[in-house]
Design a protein around this ligand. Structure first.
Ligand code: AHR
Length: 317
């Protein structure tokens, strides 16, 4: 065999081997880092489950980090995703501000960031590719409009707010407040955070009842978990939730909708947590270089005594 043909066959063999290696590399599972806020509510559990189950279904290597309700843990998680060279980072930001430095690190490393669930405030909009979540302003407005009709624009409200500084707490407070301002006899007499937790809702409602006694006509809770905690506090105070105190809440998790069926919560506005499929579809498009929507919001419904019973059996979360 001539020297040149030896080289030729070596070269062909090398190219073939390289092609095999390259296509094996192409088939490497997508590596995604997800910085979750924590596990404060049933909504959050359903959200984490949706992200994990959909990743498993698609063979995506999901690096899941539970922030345990602390922004510094989420920042640390993002840094570790950068070090692990993930293909994309998903962030469900606990609070709205304070993300720019770490997002800049991800950008410098060329890793696309998808913000999910809660919005952020940033000085540089190029630090993330897109937002996928719910429209918290609309949710607060839907709760207020339903309430105003229910109580004929009259009543004293206590407000159980979500985590201070978080987008849902900020937006649901703002839009609800603006919507009820049209009704001079519908007034918020007290407001405090229960941190989106059932225990928080119970403790704060106990304090509201101690302070205001029978002067409370209405409870507006920023989520079902806090409303359910408050239901307990109201019952322990010898009052009837849903009757002595009208309750309007947000999330429409199964237990919240069940409480509507049971007449203990009067209305819950849906906030759908099942983002998994949409988030991974988006990541796959981003990686393929396709254009994606800058902000996409889930469409949410409202459940009260007129429709809750019809959906409870098929409620997914
Ligand atoms: O960001 C969504 C909110 O966070 C949900 O309404 C609440 O239940 C959760 O903790």
């Amino acid at each position: 065999m001539k020297i040149t043909s030896v080289f030729q066959s070596l070269l062909i063999g090398f190219v073939a081997a390289a092609t095999v290696l390259a296509s094996a590399a192409d088939k490497k599972p997508l590596k995604v880092g997800f910085a979750q806020t924590g596990a404060e509510s049933a909504w959050r559990t359903a959200n984490s489950e949706s992200m994990k189950a959909e990743a498993a279904k698609r063979g995506i290597d999901l690096k899941f980090s539970d922030g345990l309700g602390k922004q510094e843990n989420q920042i640390r998680a993002i840094r570790s995703f950068v070090t692990q060279h993930v293909d994309a980072i998903v962030l469900a930001p606990l609070v709205e501000t304070g993300w720019d430095p770490v997002l800049r690190e991800a950008k410098r490393a060329g890793i696309p960031v998808i913000i999910t669930d809660r919005t952020i405030q940033t000085a540089d909009e190029s630090l993330y590719v897109c937002f996928i979540g719910s429209d918290f302003l609309t949710e607060g407005r839907m709760a207020a409009d339903w309430l105003a009709k229910k109580v004929n624009g009259k009543g004293r409200i206590v407000e159980l707010q979500g985590t201070p500084g978080s987008a849902p707490a900020n937006d649901r407070r703002k839009s609800f407040g603006e919507a009820i301002a049209k009704y001079p006899e519908l007034k918020i007499i007290d407001a405090q955070s229960g941190d989106f937790r059932r225990t928080g809702g119970k403790e704060v409602m106990e304090a509201f009842i101690k302070k205001h006694g029978k002067d409370i006509d209405i409870l507006y809770a920023h989520n079902d978990d806090m409303a359910l905690g408050a239901v307990q506090a109201i019952e322990e105070a010898g009052l009837k939730p849903g009757k002595d105190i009208v309750i309007v809440s947000i999330d429409a998790v199964r237990e919240g909708v069940q409480a509507v069926v049971d007449g203990k919560i009067n209305c819950t506005v849906e906030c759908n947590p099942l983002f998994g499929p949409k988030v991974y579809d988006t990541i796959q498009k981003v990686i393929a270089g396709e254009k994606v929507e800058r902000k996409s919001f889930n469409k949410d419904e409202l459940f009260d005594s007129t429709n809750a019973a019809a959906v409870i059996a098929t409620r997914q979360y």
